[in-house]
Design a protein around this ligand. Structure first.
Ligand SMILES: [Zn+2]
Length: 143
């Protein structure tokens, strides 16, 4: 049998996420051997899996970085995210840790976007951003 798949529970099992007991015969999402989700949680679990396509995460993150000022890619945050993405892509990450990794990468993306907003045309964004970066740099150095 292939995983993941939707199938009927063949015996009483528990949902991995909400711990609700699932009766035999109920439609469930089976992520892998012994990992069951009730219909409600199964949809989310399935969606999460769709997002995590092997080999595309680092590339996707680089694309995100492209939208930000060049300096954003040089930050420790960006490099950390790329490292995590690379590990996900290469399949080095244990399945139970994948969610943690993707969460971390998403969080870093948000932080970078806040620290280095995508450039807007026709105003003083460039100058404002430079000032903001300078401030951040000083904060990080504890000055
Ligand atoms: Zn559930």
């Amino acid at each position: 049998m292939e995983y993941p798949r939707w199938d009927q529970a063949t015996g009483p099992v528990k949902c991995r996420t909400c711990k609700v007991p699932i009766m035999s015969g109920t439609e469930i999402f089976i992520k892998s051997k012994g990992v069951y989700y009730c219909p409600a949680c199964g949809v989310g679990a399935e969606e999460n899996m769709g997002v995590i396509k092997p080999g595309g995460i680092e590339e996707a993150f680089l694309k995100d970085l492209d939208r930000l000022p060049e300096v954003a890619a040089d930050t420790a945050l960006a490099k950390t995210a790329l490292l995590l993405a690379g590990q996900l892509d290469s399949g080095e990450v244990a399945p139970r840790e994948v969610t943690q990794y993707t969460k971390e990468i998403r969080l870093i993306g948000v932080q970078l976007e806040e620290a280095y907003p995508p450039a807007e045309e026709g105003d003083d964004t460039e100058e404002r951003r430079a000032r903001m970066q300078e401030r951040r740099r000083r904060e990080q150095n504890g000055i």
